[in-house]
Ligand binder design. Sequence first.
Ligand code: SAH
Ligand code: SF4
Length: 366
Amino acid sequence: MPDTPRPSLFSLTQQELSDYLKEVGEPAYRADQILDWLYNKRATDIQDMSNLPAALRDILEKHFALQPLTPTHTEGSTDTTRKYLFRLEDGRYVETVLIPASPALYGERSDRYTACVSSQVGCAFGCKFCASGLNGLARNLRTDEIVGQLLAVERASGLRINNIVFMGMGEPLANLPNLMKALDIITAPWGIGIGARHITISTSGVAPKIKELARRPQQIRLAISLHGATDEVRSQIMPVNKKWNIEALVEALEYWKTHKKQKITFEFILIQGINDSFQQANALAKLAKSLQAKVNLIPYNKVEGLDWVRPSDGQCKAFRDKLIQQGITTTLRIEKGHDIDAACGQLRLKEETKEGIISAPIKQRN
Ligand code: SAH
Ligand code: SF4
């Protein structure tokens, strides 16, 4: 192994690969051959690229790695949500979730599979209900580690992913350069080839980055983790609201709307006694109406060490009905079996604590 870590071929765009090959005196068509191995034939070893001259394979191997991610732990079964835990090169862990079609949620067909992808190891944003933020941010994921999650989930499951939601660990907009490059590779016809319209980025509300993302030409979808419809409630559970309050967020979303066609989604976790009142429902309806946003209600999923409680099914439905009565397109996920997907970050916390990479998460006060 060389001393300095080699960059991964999975973090190169077509242009970067072509530039490199030109530099080492290779003909242009080699880039297409290599991309074909990476994204069509799904090679996991440079030496498997049999139509490349041996000398080129050796040069590539000297300068680049492939580092396919392999799951160290899988939860769930064939027809339910599956959660994969991947060990990264530096011993950290990341989670990716595979969700079979849930027509109620995103309106997909039943042969659709959604991957819930992570963008960081941990998260610096410290939302009070979330496992990913319990120990702060460890590091950003590299482009190849973002792309690699999709390839690895497809390899492990034997399925084709048609939808991607960046709702795993981390705040995608706090890792924007690596995320944007990953999006280029994921959406490109020479890459994974998943259309931008099938990709949703979820953010806790980093207003300036929402605007930056809006200026990108791709028609990606945006979901906002709102979780509080007034500053008072939102600031109580999401520290980010102290930096960019609801007014700042709304301003960024208005800007987003001038650049993108798809409707924005508000994600709203229902937590008993915190944000499940009718006053909150009414305030949420008002916000959603002004931005023509859809609302996705998610009953809170228990996180080990945190004392928040999920409201009763009846209360969740009453909250939903309040929104529907006001003309807001609203979905509510009550079914069991989705329990493992929204509580992303817990498997990794468990594993890293067990291995002594991080100390046991500090129990937070409600
Ligand atoms: N950082 C981004 C994306 C990752 S979080 C964001 O916050 O949007 C993905 C979603 O899972 C967010 O809506 C988040 O609020 C939600 N979530 C976190 N912890 C949860 C829990 N315990 N139960 C239900 N949803 C949770
Ligand atoms: Fe980070 Fe999102 Fe979790 Fe908040 S909800 S701590 S932003 S991952």
